[in-house]
Design a protein around this ligand. Sequence first.
Ligand code: MF3
Ligand code: CO
Ligand code: CO
Length: 248
Amino acid sequence: MINVKNEKEIELIRESCRIVKETLDFVGKNIRAGMTTKQVDELVYRYIISCGAYPSCLGYEGYPASACVSVNEVVVHGIPSDRVIMDGDIVSVDITAQKNGFHGDACRTFLIGNVSEEKRKLVKVTEECFFKAIEGLQEGTPLYDIGYAVQTHAEANGYGVVRALVGHGIGREMHEDPSVPNYGKKGTGMRLKAGMTICIEPMINMGTYKVNIDRNDGWTVTTADGKPAAHYENTVLIKPDGVEILTL
Ligand code: MF3
Ligand code: CO
Ligand code: CO
């Protein structure tokens, strides 16, 4: 069931999204080589709690941490651990916060120190995929135009578009309808309505689009070929004449 939010609900989602954005800015200022991914998670936990919000991931379907911290070949859902972040790594930090019953969700991929040109390009193109997706996006746009835009830009650069995970609606639940794939056929899918809040989140692999899910922890998603991946996400409000990016 797709739900369209009213002004009051949108105001609450805006507030949660503002907290998510601030948390990511705080992480960006503090993340560095030598830290463990668990230390990044601690920064996230403390910042979100200090805002009077709750890190939605913590306890979600048994997920054991506040953030997903995914290094290099880890695409998404990296569980914070004793893994040490190294110079030259790319690290995606995906955060969801809930306040007053509404969630906001966003992810950035951070460059740690001296990052190779090819990894920098991957991160840049992944961000561009998001911005291509919102070009011209407004009420009435067919849903799969989003995936079409992401896939076209990623594949033009020789990258693989992850199929196994998708974007989503957001509101009272972290994951609501509709699913928002990063691939698709232009002109197809439901027409977006003003007042929908959705998360657009390209997950782009340098090599194959294929991924594996860790058998032991049930969460960690890695590229099948071991090459790096990047992830970029914002929560977006659909408006009659465009979009508002709530987590920027
Ligand atoms: N924030 C993620 C998303 O973009 C969800 C994380 S799953 C969790 O949909 F288990 F970590 F919560
Ligand atoms: Co997210
Ligand atoms: Co999301």
